[in-house]
Design a protein around this ligand. Sequence first.
Ligand SMILES: [Zn+2]
Length: 187
Amino acid sequence: MHESFPTIERDIHKEIAEKIATAKEHPLDIEKEADIIQRYADLVHESYISDIETPELRELEARIKLAMAQVATISEFKILMESAGVFTKTVLDTLAHENAHANIADQHPDTHLTHGYGLVYLKDGEDISVQPVHISEKVKGSNTIEFFDHAIAVLEAPALYENKLSDDDTREIEVLKEMKESVIASK
Ligand SMILES: [Zn+2]
């Protein structure tokens, strides 16, 4: 006879459904909040070099987190995506993609602090969509050049598993490569 754990199972699904409901109430408006999204990206990039999280960065991060349903593990992420049910790509393909990023980030704990996975709810006019993300940040005080090398490897990771890089991945790789070069040039 199988032992079953219906209570635990139900709680995880309930917990994730609540996270989705909260994020859906606060989607990032990609038109009206375009400045916030861009400013946040700029400040995150600056913090890679300064190692300083400004109050403005924390404030913008809090806004973005409101729009995000966040979970710790890949199995929770699968449930999260299935529950969200808004994918054009298959859930498995997206799981493989984000898991590839996570695998490489986990190999670099000296520079990368990982925080699981998320779905960011986006609003475009009347349309709601989601952006799947693997969440990591630079370990404060870690070597900046080493961080850039590892961050680029994290972004390129899906290609190792024959999974396509997203347009955002490709753009971010270019930004980080340029930043790395400018740090080297300034030394
Ligand atoms: Zn990606």
